[in-house]
Ligand binder design. Structure first.
Ligand code: HEM
Length: 489
């Protein structure tokens, strides 16, 4: 005879699983087809357990990366699909018309603070991308002037890129070649560009020299997106806590010194612009805390995003000789051997901008844009209850066969005017779209263009023998290949 206590122990997990399944089914029943007939004609869904595993596994990078696969698998031909973010429902939006609806941020859809790590909250919760709708306009108004005249940044882009290329050149050995860790170098270059343009300080990343702010940044930034720090914030190590304190103190010192001494960077900087600007609607400027969070927010928004697409483009240019030659011909025609790239040169480029567009279609670092349904609504033919988290899947839309012919083929010409006519305005949104569209989009594009011009002026490119981009790398931040450079004759 089985003792009662054993029966109870055995029954507990069975009851828990049954309750959990009931909860899951009840949740999904709220996402019914608008004109559905079947009793449970609900939105296709990625189950709770697989969603949770995705978030918990570091490899899944907080589900930002794999949503194309997820969308194909769980979307099953629908315009939306359901997944879980912890116990919350998250609906991934896959069709440009629905994406337009949510990104235009009408009263029905608003920005949401997704669950974030404690480090994220501590450092950037008061920045433009994160503040509630009531404060957003003020932040945008104060920050926009920093991007009003991008020509201000051209000398810094030129000088930082040239400095890195000189270091590459010095590595060329007697074989006439040098092997460069492409992804790593793009991370370093974009970080130095941001240090100089945000607050006029060289963080020495390209040089590889020690700099306190940069050393701490390298500890702090992985924490910002760490699911572990989100779920178990108390598990941070002493070193991580110390680096976070030092990093914040370093940024605060720079800001306070600027304000107290009324000094400015040698060249125009975003921080100087932020300190001087006031919101013309409320006639107020930023508080110290808002300045602090927006400075860190710019690093967060502008670093890996740009480094990532640069890394993948480098691979494409190095691996595809025909493409490389075509871009080089344009550089030679427009810029020739001139040492400093001028804004005028950039204006004249026609083909390289198409290449960048196509790269940003294929390799998108910011795949999801988090929003919330502020009232009951309808998307993709399904009812969406108030409070549901929503996100456009930029990567999916950029590869949707209904929109793009041969979406996995790299073909910059698809962005020529004649081929773009009729394409939905929200079918290509690497920088998102609508009122919250990326504030640094033109800044990043300009940096990318200047980099390719200078690179192709000076070197021919190849990929280290035997290396082939692995499919999983496409969902990582930067590809891990070695770029082989040779001086041009
Ligand atoms: C290839 C590079 C980049 C990509 C792919 C990218 C992409 C994005 C995306 C998808 C958003 C979300 C917009 C939304 O919520 O709808 C965004 C917002 C933002 N980005 Fe970028 N970004 C890049 C570079 C930069 C740079 C270099 C900066 C600044 C230096 C920057 C600053 C911002 C800011 C401040 C926002 C918040 C805008 C707002 O909420 O009003 N980004 N970006």
């Amino acid at each position: 005879m089985i003792p009662t206590w054993l029966l109870v122990v055995l029954a507990i997990p069975v009851v828990l699983v049954a309750l959990f399944k009931l909860w899951e089914r009840h949740t999904l029943k709220q996402f019914k087809k608008v004109n559905g007939k079947a009793k449970f004609d609900t939105m296709p869904s990625k189950g709770f357990v697989s969603s949770l595993m995705g978030v918990l596994s570091q490899e899944d990078a907080f589900f930002w990366d794999r949503e194309v696969d997820g969308s194909l698998k769980y979307g099953k031909g629908e315009r939306v699909y359901h997944t879980f973010l912890g116990p919350k429902s998250l609906v991934i939006v896959l069709h440009p018309e629905d994406v337009q609806k949510i990104l235009m941020r009408t009263a029905e859809y608003s920005r949401v603070k997704p669950p974030t790590s404690s480090t994220f909250h501590r450092m950037v919760s008061q920045s433009l991308g994160q503040v509630p709708a009531s404060e957003w306009r003020k932040h945008r108004n104060i920050l926009a002037p920093a991007f009003a005249n991008l020509d201000n940044y051209v000398p810094t882009f030129d000088e930082t890129i040239q400095h890195m290329l000189n270091l590459w050149d010095a590595k060329i050995d007697s074989t006439g070649e040098a092997k460069i860790e492409a992804g790593d170098q793009m991370q370093r270059m974009t970080l130095d560009v941001l240090g100089k343009t945000i607050f006029g300080q060289d963080l020495g990343s390209v040089d590889g020299r020690s700099d306190q702010i940069r050393d701490d940044y390298e500890v702090v930034f992985p924490l910002i997106f760490s699911p572990k720090d989100m779920l178990f914030p108390f598990l941070k190590t002493k070193e991580q806590l110390a680096a976070s304190d030092r990093f914040e103190e370093g940024i605060r010192n720079i800001i306070e010194t600027r304000i107290a001494n009324k000094t400015k960077s040698e060249r125009f900087s975003m921080l100087d612009s932020m300190i001087e600007s006031v919101d013309n609607e409320t006639n107020t400027g930023f508080t110290g805390e808002q300045l602090h969070h927006n400075v860190i927010g710019f690093f967060l928004a502008g670093h890996e995003t740009t480094a990532s697409v640069l890394g993948f483009t480098l691979y494409e240019l190095a691996a595809n000789k025909e493409l490389q030659e075509k871009c080089r011909e344009e550089v030679d025609r427009v810029v020739g051997k001139e040492k400093e790239v001028q804004p005028d040169h950039i204006e004249q480029l026609e083909y390289i901008p198409l290449v960048i567009k196509e790269m940003q279609r294929m390799y998108q670092a910011t795949g999801l844009v988090p929003l919330v349904a502020s009232s009951d609504t309808e998307l993709g033919g399904y009812r969406i209850p108030k409070g549901t988290l929503l996100s456009a899947s930029i990567n999916y839309i950029h590869r949707d066969k209904q929109i793009w012919k041969d979406p996995d083929v790299f073909r910059p010409e698809r962005f020529l005017e004649e081929e773009s006519t009729g394409r939905h305005a929200f079918a290509y949104i690497p920088f998102s779209a609508g009122p919250h569209t990326c504030l640094g989009n033109k800044f990043s594009l300009l940096e990318q263009k200047i980099f390719y011009v200078k690179l192709l002026q000076q070197f021919t490119l190849d990929v280290e023998k035997g290396y082939k981009l692995q499919p999983w790398e496409k969902s990582s931040v930067t590809p891990g290949f070695k770029l082989v450079i040779k001086r041009r004759n």
